[in-house]
Design a protein around this ligand. Structure first.
Ligand SMILES: [Zn+2]
Length: 419
């Protein structure tokens, strides 16, 4: 089996190197550092950039399909048998110039990840995870998720014809549960927090031999998320160059770390000549990564919560990668309230982008960072809109208000227009 151009896996805590198998084949045991264990031994995947450059010279990116499999050499997968027909990635970048003017920014771009197959950014990770699982010979794939990772896993498991076992906390919004069930997954609603659902899933994977899609400990998943950063870099020439800031909402920490890894790799490969800064955004009531950034450790989990269920993560599993990314990117982390998130849902919607609360949080963070003079008037900003508003219609209705109810007469229309 010929693989992509992975050279080694490196522990983010102790820097220990883990060699890939001599035939380069993906292995299911690529999960965590043997020294540091599951809690701290998160691995990072490295590639042979010389070989990637040569492959891209041989078959230029511009000649490849418009989905994230175009970056095959930078994915930890065997290149034969990639599902090129799965339309993941290459999501639209909406240049919201009126909103930029309103907020006092030079440029504002919304990258609409809601256009992925199951309507979230997580499709990037799940599609890569499912292919990796298949290449490892896994018979069942499992994950714990606040919602979107699970629905995207169920979607891609269904595409691949592999059974999916999903653990969700009882707070998961109903549309996400509906998606899971329609995709045919076995769904366990765990009577507890996300953290408890996560622990249970890991234990079940060990006990039943399932492939663990959990992004925090599975480095392969971050490689899927990375494609968001690869795309921002590759397409930056379409919207006036590398943005000054890339804003990403932060829950477990994997998404911001993944996007950053993609940007860094494209910089190393010479596709972009400079790197943006990262603007991390957390919910005011659930902001453990803000604490970790300042104290180099996680706080005791609080009992705060947020309407943005996708980032309602009190114990982020990948906080180290997120903190490392924010520091390397000269990043800033701002916190936003649910009211600010609702306002951002209306702002994005008013410019043609329907964002779920956690996705709108990134835009809310841009607004907050502009008000705090973290982001300046000459800055060009790209916000990752990580999931569709259709994922959580109850929150959308709360943010958007009520329609005008009238009897079926034109007089009633006229009267309503006057009020
Ligand atoms: Zn280690």
């Amino acid at each position: 089996m010929i693989t992509s151009l992975v050279t080694e896996l490196k522990c983010v805590t102790c820097n220990a190197l883990r060699k890939v198998r001599s035939d380069g084949a993906p292995a299911q045991n690529w999960m965590t550092c043997e020294v540091c264990g599951n809690e701290d031994g998160i691995l990072d995947i490295h590639y042979d950039f010389e070989a990637v450059r040569a492959a891209w010279a041989d078959r230029p990116l511009v000649e490849r399909p418009h989905n994230h499999w175009r970056y095959a050499e930078l994915l930890p997968l065997a290149s034969s048998g990639l599902p090129w027909q799965w339309q993941v990635g290459w999501t639209p970048v909406v240049n919201v110039d009126r909103l930029a003017a309103q907020l006092g920014l030079k440029q504002l771009l919304l990258k609409d990840e809601g256009r992925n197959p199951s309507a979230s950014f997580k499709d990037r990770a799940s599609s890569v995870g499912v292919v990796h699982a298949m290449q490892c010979g896994a018979k069942t794939i499992a994950c714990a998720s606040t919602g979107n990772a699970a629905t995207s896993l169920a979607c891609h498991a269904a595409l691949a014809g592999i059974p999916a076992k999903i653990f969700v906390p009882q707070t998961a919004p109903e549309p996400k549960l509906a998606q899971l069930l329609v995709y045919g997954a076995t769904v366990f609603v765990v009577e507890g927090t996300y953290d408890e659902a996560y622990q249970l899933c890991s234990t079940a994977c060990d006990q039943f031999g399932w492939y663990n899609r959990n992004c925090a400990i599975n480095p392969v998943l971050v490689e899927g998320k990375k494609t968001g950063g690869l795309e921002i870099a590759e397409r930056s020439s379409d919207f006036g160059g590398v943005p000054d800031w890339v804003a990403v909402s932060v829950g477990d920490g994997c998404t911001i770390a993944g996007v950053w890894k993609g940007l860094v790799e494209m910089h190393a490969l010479g596709v972009i000549d400079r790197l943006p800064r990262l603007l991390g955004v957390q919910a005011a009531e659930v902001a453990p990564i803000k604490y970790a950034l300042e104290h180099d450790q996680l706080p005791k989990p609080g009992d705060g919560t947020t309407m943005a269920d996708s980032i309602d993560v009190a114990v982020p599993r990948n906080w180290r990668k997120a903190v490392q990314a924010l520091r390397a990117a000269e990043g800033e982390l701002v916190c936003v309230s649910d009211e600010q998130i609702e306002a951002a849902m209306r702002l994005a919607g008013g410019h043609g982008v329907f964002a779920e609360p956690a996705a709108a949080a990134a835009l809310a963070g841009v607004v907050a960072a502009k008000e705090a003079n973290i982001v300046g008037t000459q800055d060009r900003v790209l916000a990752m809109i990580t999931g569709s508003g259709l994922k959580d219609t109850r929150s959308a209705m709360r943010a958007a208000g009520q329609p005008i109810r009238i009897p079926p007469t034109v007089d009633a229309v006229a009267a309503a227009l006057e009020t």
